[in-house]
Design a protein around this ligand. Structure first.
Ligand code: FAD
Length: 424
């Protein structure tokens, strides 16, 4: 029997009435608004005033990490609290606020979460309980952690990783050899999570993740990288020379990893879909960091445009300037909506059928680069100097087109997802 339009509408409206919880809303919960205000206060009072100094020093801002740890903003309880909001927006909202304060310091505080995400995603419950708290240290003596995947010849092409892990059955130890590149907190971390190949023939499917416990012999910092932006965040090579770790440091446990490798050797369906879902779910948080930078630059430019007078009027009275600001605001809000959508999808278990996580990171990164460049333009000569913060924001923003998957790689992921074609 076919339904009339009226019946369908009545049914749909009726359903909505029965399930008010399913009503669409972008309203943040009171808890989340409180957290946002708290992080914003820290970003405004502690992070922002210190931003220029730590950018120039190009050093990890330990005193600020300590402050964050003291108030519970840095630490596994803090991270768990941000994660707990059931909308999925806890991490994006807090990251946006922190990076609005400053991206270099923000990354010094949030860089640890890369390693934590790997332990959380791949570790057993025992491994999580043992290692996640150690990644952060204590409130009195905070520590940082590093996630080491990239290598000099394996950036976008993760399957090219050459670092190897060989199992020493007699000692129940893994022996890791290789060189990691551009690791955030590399060498200064208490805990390193290292991606290594246990079977080179299997390419990326032969990879596994290992914990390198604090003080392990053979794990050394290589060259510290001098960077264009994000300079308060430490980035360095990590050398692994006959670095021996206990068998229990293989994330997920040997049995599970052996099973996965056996499946791969038999050509069975890979876990790449699961891995893809994990990446898609973490990308909105990175996108939110870029939005924080963009928003900071936009707000600065807006205030400046109202103050700065040329030709006897505030420069914002010129459409060229005002429209630029209108476009900046529109782009930031559009990017945030993509970030929030992807974060909500990840949390509520929706499949990323069109790579919505990649879309959010791609858009947010490009918006941050574009908005910060526009902010320099609105500030004119002042914008180009280190006396004003927007040039630093522009330098910081550029990395969001590069790390956690370059803009081109995000487009590759999206185009493959929407088309089903193995686009090269
Ligand atoms: C500040 C900073 C922090 C970092 N932190 C970490 C970290 O903590 N841990 C970690 O493991 N890594 C980290 N990285 C490394 C980062 O993830 C890589 O730089 C990134 O993945 C890109 O790899 P690549 O630099 O080798 O570029 P390449 O892969 O060499 O790419 C160069 C260019 O070629 C393009 N390209 C490559 N392949 C394709 C393709 N198939 N189609 C189209 N275009 C393509 C890229 O998009 C890019 O524009 C960090 C890097 C920086 C700069």
């Amino acid at each position: 029997m076919t339904s009339t339009a009226e019946e369908l509408i009545t049914e749909a409206v009726g359903e909505n009435e029965q399930q008010p919880a399913a009503a669409f809303s972008l309203e943040l919960s009171q808890d989340l608004r409180d957290i946002r205000e708290w992080v914003h206060g820290f970003a405004a009072d502690v992070v922002r005033p210190a931003a220029a100094e730590w950018d120039e020093r190009e050093e990890t801002p330990w005193p600020i990490i300590q402050e964050a740890a003291k108030i519970g903003l840095y630490g596994y309880e803090g991270l768990a609290q941000f994660w707990a909001d059931e909308s999925g927006l806890g991490l994006p909202v807090t990251n946006e606020e922190l990076f609005w304060g400053d991206a270099g310091i923000g990354m010094s505080i949030m860089g640890t979460s890369l390693a934590v995400a790997a332990i959380f995603g791949q570790g057993t419950p025992e491994q999580m309980a043992e290692w996640i708290p150690q990644c952060f240290g204590t409130a009195e003596e905070p520590a940082v952690a590093a996630f080491c995947s990239s290598e000099p010849d394996a950036g976008s092409d993760v399957s090219a990783i050459r670092t190897t892990a060989k199992y020493d059955e007699v000692k129940d130890e893994w022996v890791i050899n290789g060189q990691k590149a551009w690791a955030t907190n590399g060498g200064i971390a208490k805990v390193h999570v290292v991606i290594a190949s246990v079977d080179r023939e299997l390419g990326a499917r032969g990879h596994a993740a290992f914990i390198i416990p604090p003080g392990t012999k053979g794990c050394e910092q290589g060259a510290k990288v001098k960077k264009h932006g994000l300079r308060a965040s430490h980035t360095a090579d990590v050398h692994l020379d006959d670095c021996r770790v206990p068998g229990s440091c293989l994330l997920g446990g040997k049995e599970k990893v052996d099973e996965r490798l056996a499946n791969a050797r038999e050509g069975k369906r890979s876990q790449s879909q699961a891995a893809m879902q994990t990446f898609e779910a973490s990308r909105p948080t990175v996108g939110a960091q870029a939005i924080g930078i963009a928003r900071a630059a936009y707000e600065y430019a807006l205030d400046y445009a109202k103050e700065r007078r040329q030709f006897g009027r505030a420069i914002i009275e010129n459409q060229a300037v005002a429209f630029s600001l209108a476009n900046m605001k529109t782009e930031i809000d559009a990017a945030r909506l993509l970030v929030w959508r992807a974060a909500w999808m990840g949390r509520s278990g929706h499949k990323f059928t069109n790579a919505e996580g990649s879309m959010s990171k791609l858009k947010a990164g490009e918006v941050a680069v574009w908005v910060t460049e526009r902010a320099i333009q609105i500030l004119g000569g002042n914008g180009y100097t280190r006396e004003y913060p927007v040039e630093r924001m522009h330098r910081d923003a550029k990395i969001y087109d590069i790390f956690e998957g370059t803009a081109e790689i995000q487009r590759l992921v999206i185009s493959r997802a929407i088309s089903g074609v193995q686009v090269k």
